[in-house]
Design a protein around this ligand. Structure first.
Ligand code: C2E
Ligand code: MG
Ligand code: MG
Ligand code: MG
Length: 279
């Protein structure tokens, strides 16, 4: 029928859909063995306390090198991992590897650094999520106060109460919770108030072009809301000294971004810390 009507656009649309679907299937297929094939690694991006200039810790960011597909960005595979639930073993691998790494730094004398780990809402919905996290801490010997979990506003479309209760339990153990990419999702202020979080991470989109008066006042408002709620505020995606100066004036607590450092491969982190302390 579409052919008869000469609906070339229909056919092209169909092909694009099919291509998109095939690509997802291929990624999912290769994702299934990433752990056993040792294809995953973590990079660590520093977070710096603005007032003191000290390194607060690092965010663990997943990297996937597939011998078949090459480097695949988390922006293209995390969603597929969530939809296929492969994010459950992958997310646990990330948490365990990141905790083990930061504990190793501590043993080497690089003490006091926190580790921030991105957690998918799919993981948060698991019955045994809290136990899994506590188990990993016990196994790696990392104290809970050095761990921060990054969640996103996507939790607001899931069973909010169930997730809040789990986060409360984790907070009681001393684990920090940050709301990532804040401002891009579904938060309403009344829900935000019920979340047992410690930190708001302002999304990069608000930090970009902070030189425009509009963006500047938005970023300032987010910081005011965060501080009024008793939270710490982190700015992500800080790339320029002008952005840093603005964030200092507005008493933002922590910054993360290329201006400080790009995400660093695990084996280069200790060297980066030494260089920063020396310089
Ligand atoms: P995110 O958690 O908001 O992480 C910050 C992203 O911004 C990272 O991208 C980081 O490399 C990038 N970034 C940091 N500073 C700058 C900057 O100054 N300029 C620019 N242009 N970019 C900057 P990445 O590593 O590609 O990760 C993308 C997203 O994938 C993450 O966003 C997070 O949502 C997700 N992700 C990464 N690792 C994991 C993981 O282990 N588990 C889960 N569930 N999601 C992850
Ligand atoms: Mg994050
Ligand atoms: Mg973020
Ligand atoms: Mg982000």
């Amino acid at each position: 029928k579409a052919k008869e009507a000469g609906k070339g656009t229909y056919v092209m649309y169909g092909q694009a859909m099919q291509q998109h679907f095939d690509e997802r299937m291929i990624i999912e297929k290769h994702l299934r063995n990433v752990i056993s094939n040792n294809e995953l690694s973590l990079h660590y991006q520093p977070l710096v306390d603005i007032a003191s200039g000290e390194i607060w810790g690092f965010e663990a960011l997943i990297r996937w090198y597939s011998p078949v597909l090459g480097f695949v960005s988390p922006l293209s595979f995390i969603k597929i991992a969530e939809d296929s639930r492969l994010i459950v073993p992958i997310g646990e691998w990330v948490l365990r590897s990141a905790c083990r790494f930061i504990k190793t730094l501590q043993v080497q004398g690089l003490e006091g650094y926190h580790i921030s780990v991105n957690i998918s809402v799919v993981q948060l919905m698991l019955d045994n999520f809290t136990e899994m996290v506590m188990g990993v801490l016990q196994e790696t010997g990392l104290s809970p106060e050095f761990l921060e979990l990054e969640i996103t506003e996507s939790i607001f479309i899931e069973s909010f109460e169930v997730i809040v209760n789990k986060l409360k339990a984790l907070r009681q153990q001393g684990i920090g919770v940050a709301l990532d990419d804040f401002g891009t999702g579904y938060s309403s202020l009344s829900y935000l108030q019920q979340l047992p979080i410690t930190t708001l991470k302002i999304d990069k989109s608000f930090i970009d072009g902070i030189d425009s008066p509009h963006n500047m006042s938005l970023a300032r408002s987010i910081m005011t809301i965060g501080h009024d709620m008793g939270l710490k505020v982190t700015a992500e995606g800080v790339e320029t000294p002008e952005q840093l100066a603005f964030l200092q004036r507005t008493s933002c607590d922590k910054i993360q971004g290329y201006y400080i450092s790009r995400p660093i491969p695990e084996n280069e982190v200790a060297g980066w810390v030494a260089d920063r302390k020396a310089g």
